[in-house]
Write a protein that binds this ligand. Sequence first.
Ligand code: HEM
Length: 395
Amino acid sequence: MDILQALPLERDDPFEPPAVLGELHGPLHRMIYADGRPGWLVTGHAEARVVLDDPRFSNTSQGAAPPIKELAPPEGLTDLVIPPGFFIAMDDPGHSRYRRLLTGHFSMRRMRLLEPRIQEIIDGLLDEIARTGAPADLVSAFALPVPSLVICELLGVPYQERSRFQATTARAVNLDSPVEERGAAGAELMGYLSELVARKRAAPGQDLISQLATGGELSHEELTGVATLLLTAGHETTANMLALGTFLLLCRPEQAELVRTDPGVAATAVEELMRYLSITHIGPIRVARADVPLAGRTIKAGETVTLSLPAVNRDPARFPDPGRFDVTREAGPQLGFGHGIHQCLGQQLARLEMRLAYPALLRRFPGLRLAVPAAEVPLRQRATIYGVAALPVTW
Ligand code: HEM
């Protein structure tokens, strides 16, 4: 049996999972974590769902071993500190208290009401790109502003204050910087949101933070944590999907053509892009609270389990011909938004943004192509969320 010495992250091909993952046999593997402790890596789709469904696997990160050295807690601490309200890192029942307050605000029905405004935001940005002229960096001109503008409107964060959260979020998730610096960026971001929550309490608007601020269920600190989670989760991830997904489509013109010309394809294309690219490439991560049997082995209490979504979403036991990128593939259960109690709260929002953005971009610029050779597009190989740092295009 092979023992992995670290979580494989580097991709030889920007659209393929790390090669090491393709050489593994079976759904569950021994992996040595960055602090020397042994743990596990899940690469099977069925096994990943079992882990995410089982409350014996905790998501508090307490006691978790770091799958890569960059995720180790700061010197002198054994665990990362989780702020109040940061429910992605809580188990039930604590977690469900927050989730219950928020679910209705992110339902499919609620998101549908946002559709015209999201389309307007997308069209406005495309107008601006056309006005400025070629070449353009699609990350800064489109992929980042689309989800940022949308989540700002939803939460009630003034977009003109984006310098206070976009760069800070980028710093907080940039694994090239030392953990202390990332912690400082996170604290700065929370400081900004704490100030904003206070402003909303004093002068509420129609937005989500105002509604939660006046609802009386959350303390100031809790709402600050919730708002920080929603703002960061709401723009970094979708931005990376929009940019990396466009990069892939530009490299597969026949698939891009289907997205451009067939309105019925957008929804399946989004699921296939999510499956194929799996930008959440570190985790979800869980810690076993009891001995749990899985795939014929026993995961011992206290051991860390990391899911590899790039492998899970290419599991041949679940997806026929998993290496084939096909935007018409029948929508299958890709796990790019997770599964179980922590499954992505904003998934309907992200889906809607992507479903509108890719076709609109390809229709507006039918001659859209890379402005540099594909090999020169800078990749975010060791970031928390995989993607491209820039996407130079022309048309
Ligand atoms: C393409 C874009 C997105 C991807 C790939 C993505 C991915 C994920 C994944 C994999 C999880 C589960 C984490 C775990 O189990 O530990 C998650 C949770 C979450 N996501 Fe997303 N996400 C995206 C967009 C969004 C958006 C737009 C929002 C907006 C609010 C959002 C908010 C959240 C929140 C709040 C959670 C935590 C849910 C909970 O713990 O109950 N995400 N996301």
